[in-house]
Design a protein around this ligand. Structure first.
Ligand code: IMP
Ligand code: MG
Length: 182
């Protein structure tokens, strides 16, 4: 098993670039089929989704716009939790068919805050495509329209996903090797 080290953590190969290609092909086919004849606006979430979005969108044959979003989250001073601020949305979203592109949904807090924010701008519909999803860690009810792969709780890097900023350039996805102390 191929192992790599990023900072102090050790990772092992988890999802090969071939498997990722197959996932992307399946997701793009489903999107092409479901939105056939309609215009869509892709909103990839930076930084993590940049590579996934580039690969996915190149297989989409719809009339579409692409606008990257960046989220800045601040820990709420009160118990309200995280506040998500959107950077980069200068498009008018009213009446638009939106497809959010995420790299991974973990607790689901980021995406649910984002959806609440986008809804205020009056889009016709909001759809979600995510490459990865950790169902056991998710604490929010989220309707994922297009899912690449469900994974366990372990931390993953590569293909746009980072560990403290590193590892985004890896063509495959790796998962953290958790050493047992027993
Ligand atoms: P959530 O709000 O917990 O769903 O967090 C989602 C964001 O956390 C993702 O967009 C990623 O940027 C980051 N994240 C969550 N899990 C991982 C992981 O296993 N590896 C790398 N980044 C992750
Ligand atoms: Mg992200």
């Amino acid at each position: 098993m191929k192992k790599i080290k990023i900072l102090e953590k050790t990772f092992e190969l988890f999802i090969s670039s071939d498997e990722i290609d197959a996932i992307n092909k399946r997701l793009a086919q489903a999107i092409n089929r479901d939105f056939n004849g309609r215009e869509v606006m892709f909103l990839p979430i930076l930084n993590g989704a940049f590579i996934f979005a580039a690969d996915l969108i190149r297989q989409v044959n719809l009339s579409c716009n692409v606008s990257f979003l960046k989220l800045a989250s601040y820990k709420g001073v009160q118990s309200a939790g995280d506040v998500v601020k959107l950077i980069g949305i200068n498009e008018n979203l009213r009446g638009k068919v939106i497809i959010i592109i995420e790299d991974i949904i973990d607790t689901g807090i980021t995406i649910s805050e984002l959806i609440d924010n986008l809804k205020e701008q009056g889009p016709a519909e909001i759809n979600i495509v995510t490459l990865l999803y950790k169902p056991d860690k998710c604490v929010r009810e989220i309707k994922i329209d297009y899912l690449g792969k469900e994974i366990g709780n372990r931390f993953v890097v590569g293909y746009g996903l980072d560990y403290n900023g590193f590892g985004r350039n890896l063509p495959d996805i790796y998962q953290e090797v958790v050493t047992s102390h027993f």
